[in-house]
Structure formats: structure tokens, C-alpha cells
Design a binder for this molecule. Structure first.
Ligand code: CIR
Length: 263
């Protein structure tokens, strides 16, 4: 079964080590080159939290041909009982999928996004039996159509959400609980999030908040967005602030460094 990270039945995580060429990762105008050694420390801490939360963590070695390979979320989406292998929407990242495919194929049946379709997993937000999928600079209409067909076979409903001003849907819409998301204002049409409770990122912290709800009830949040973190705490959410400065520097967040699922 699939749900988002707060689902306790989800007990597996796939992560991938940081490439020695992480400083050559794709960077937007908002970003900066990262410090590779510091990024590795931050990634190790992140992985430690997944282990502490009770996930069985599989770590795929880095491949230095792919500076962005740590961002496994973009390479596969587990929908129902199927691992859908993506076709990332930027050429330098397409080859990242093979190693993740090998790992997931030993655990689940797989499906593929085929050309001319493109899809980055960072555009796919799963809550219950509903997927919200970002139509972004990385995920094209053909990719979204292919995803919708796989989802339909799994009994999962898809809502397409055009995304502006950010890389992926989950750059701007972060699940933090069973039906609650934190949204960066101005990035999506919030009427498309009907059925979800919408909170807003503090305006002084735009593009700094990211979150990942874990199976033990804690929610990892970026320490770069303390006001938004306080909003969550005030609602009784057990937050775990994390420094991922070097990941944010290249447009990553807390969801993008793992694939969480159950078998
Ligand atoms: C990229 O531009 O593709 C990477 N530098 C960042 C990808 C982050 N992925 C994600 O948030 N799902």
C-alpha cells in the first residue's frame, strides 16, 4: 500500500550517497555551488533520522557521472504496488534512473515513463489514494498522461497542478500530516488542493521551508525556516529541525533525498 511518509505501514527507504561532483549539480539562479564535504555530513544526519524513525534503509552508492544522484526522489515513484521509473526532465539526470531501477525491481513490479514523456518524482505528491502532480519545467504533459494511466490501474486519482516560479510541486507544497500541506504562496492555484488543509510558509522564509513526515510521527523540517517551524509546533506537530543548507543550495529539499514506501 502507499500513503505519504506519515503512514506507519511504510517501512522502507531508498537513499543514495552524494557524488564527489555534487558541486556540479544543476543549480538555478536562486542557488549557489555547494560544499561537498558539508553536504555529505548533512546527508548522513538525514539518513540517521530515517533509521531512527524505523525505516529499513537501502543506500545506493553514488555515481560520479551524475552530480545530482543523491536526489533519488526524482527517479521513481511508488504508486500502489508498482514502482514507476521516471524519465527526468533535465538531460544530465536521465542516467540516474538505472541504479534506482535495479534496486526497486528486486522489490516491486516496475513501469516506465517513455519518451517523449518526462517526469521528476519531485512533482508527485501522494496523500491517501490521491496524487497531486506538478506540471512544471521538468514534468511534461505526456509524462503526466503516462503517470495518470499507471495511477488509474492502481485505483489512484490524479490532479494536475501547474507550478510556477519553483522547480517542482514539492518545492512549494509540502505534506506535513495526513491531510495538511504547507504551501509557498503564489506558486500554485490552491483551489486545486481541495480536500487538504493548507497552511502557508512564512513570507520571510519563502523557498526555505521543506518537510518530511516520518513514520514515527516526527516531521523533519529545514532549520532555515524557523517561523514556519514554529507554526507547526504551535499546532502540536513534533518537528525535528535539520540543517540542509548545501542541499537547499542546489534546489533540493527534505523529500528529494529518499523514496519511502512499503512492499
Ligand atoms: C535539480 O535541479 O534537478 C537538482 N539540482 C535538485 C533536485 C531536487 N529534487 C527534488 O526536490 N525532488
Amino acid at each position: 500500500m502507499f500513503l505519504a511518509g506519515y503512514d506507519q505501514s511504510m517501512d522502507r527507504a531508498v537513499v543514495r550517497k552524494i557524488s564527489a561532483r555534487f558541486d556540479k549539480a544543476v543549480i538555478s539562479e536562486r542557488g549557489r555551488p555547494p560544499d561537498v564535504a558539508l553536504a555529505r555530513e548533512q546527508h548522513a544526519t538525514y539518513r540517521g533520522h530515517l533509521e531512527r524513525a524505523g525505516y529499513e534503509v537501502t543506500t545506493i552508492p553514488a555515481d560520479d557521472r551524475y552530480p545530482d544522484c543523491v536526489f533519488v526522489e526524482d527517479t521513481a515513484v511508488v504508486i500502489g504496488g508498482t514502482a514507476l521509473l521516471t524519465r527526468p526532465g533535465t538531460d544530465s539526470r536521465v542516467g540516474e534512473v538505472h541504479a534506482v531501477a535495479n534496486q526497486l525491481a528486486s522489490l516491486l513490479p516496475v513501469a516506465h515513463i517513455s519518451p517523449p514523456g518526462t517526469l521528476d518524482g519531485g512533482d508527485v505528491m501522494q496523500i491517501g489514494t490521491h496524487l497531486w502532480v506538478g506540471y512544471s519545467s521538468r514534468s511534461n504533459r505526456e509524462g503526466l498522461d503516462q503517470l495518470t494511466r499507471v495511477a488509474a490501474e492502481e485505483g489512484v486519482v490524479v490532479t494536475v497542478v501547474p507550478v510556477t516560479g519553483v522547480l517542482h510541486l514539492k518545492s512549494a507544497v509540502l505534506p506535513i500530516g495526513p491531510a495538511t500541506v504547507v504551501v509557498t504562496p503564489g506558486t500554485v492555484d490552491e483551489s486545486l488542493l481541495a480536500g487538504l488543509e493548507v497552511l502557508h510558509e512564512d513570507e520571510s522564509e519563502h523557498h526555505k521551508f521543506s518537510a518530511l513526515p516520518l513514520r514515527d510521527g516526527r516531521v523533519l523540517v529545514t532549520d532555515a525556516a524557523p517561523r514556519t517551524g514554529e507554526l507547526l509546533s504551535s499546532r502540536g506537530i513534533q518537528i525535528e529541525p535539520l540543517d540542509i543548507s548545501e542541499i537547499l543550495a542546489v534546489d533540493g529539499g527534505l523529500t528529494c533525498m529518499s523514496i519511502l514506501f512499503s512492499t
